[in-house]
Write a protein that binds this ligand. Sequence first.
Ligand SMILES: [Fe+2]
Length: 401
Amino acid sequence: MIKQIRADQLLPGMYIHDLNCGWLDHPFFSNAFAVRDQATVEKIVKLGIKTLYIDTIKGADVWAAPTQHDVNADLERRMLEIAQKQAEKPVVVELREEVARARRLHGEANKIVRNMLEDIRLGQQIQIERLEPLVENMVDSIFRHQDALLPLAHLKTHDDYTFEHSVSVCALMVAFARGMKLPRETVKELALGALLHDVGKACVPDEILNKPGKLNDDEFERIKSHVDEGVHLLRTMPGLGEVSMQVISQHHERFDGTGYPHAMSGKQISLHGQMAAIVDVYDAISSERVYHRGMSPTQALKKLLEWSSHHFDPQLVQSFIRAIGIYPAGTLVRLESKRMGVVTEQNEGNLLEPVVRVFYHAGQSHYVPPEIVDLSKVQDRIASFESFEKWKIDPYQWLPS
Ligand SMILES: [Fe+2]
């Protein structure tokens, strides 16, 4: 049986089923392994892991610990509660009107950020003024209709993780800030900070950044150094305000003080730094990377909620979920009618009944003529979220175009 335990309950003789820290570039080769000695237990506690999953068939048990099933049921219940308190985000233009613009913008954003990271590797200065129009355009697009740009940001190709991740974090951050009704000037600063949050990675060798296997302690420290490297590169940059710097310098800090580089905790971390941490982790765990498969957006949101008992402010995680939806645009879902499709847009006021582009029948295992189904207007409901991988469905093909 799979059970969730606290890290302080871990003992040699147990079998770890999941380290429960998908956001961390941790030094273990795998997330699942037998714990053979006390040194391993100490290493796990030192990493800041607070809860993890054990397999009680393969190793020792903690009888009073909740099962994975119990934990999941509790998370489902909390997600439903969040859905009932949705923030208002009026749609300014129709989705189809924004889609083509968002596609162009996404391509352009990736190009600009990739060039910027290459320039830094070559030792050239960052030109902030070249990013400003991009930031403006991204903020405008998200404010017109966020479901046009957000699903594009979710899709990544393996090799280009760092710059694609920066663009995604930017789009998600704007949607988050919009949901929180932050002033427009702050939203722009947050967006600029998000685009630049990982620039320090240009100073970390590629072999370490993309290493698929186990990281040694030195390599792990080298990856962590990207925060200070980024701050160092940008500190004296004119045009970069306090809010942007907070995003860059605090995006790996954690609410319980287990983050880096300064192990800040609670309200010591600025609101903007805390928002950056949530968005960064969400994008990291929901993206396909060299060494792990991405989670579905809904699964990633459930993980954030689970971790919010330690690593993040729970209220802020709830605000993030309300801002992007329980089933964010781009999520593959299966309906109770066994039809499947991709969520194309949220319905104002009802996060559990988005608009879905249906194109497959799971019961009959074949494609059906594509159809737009607004779940707020029909009897059908979402039964589950699904993985594109499992159904061998190409996500790009089914997004609105
Ligand atoms: Fe980072």
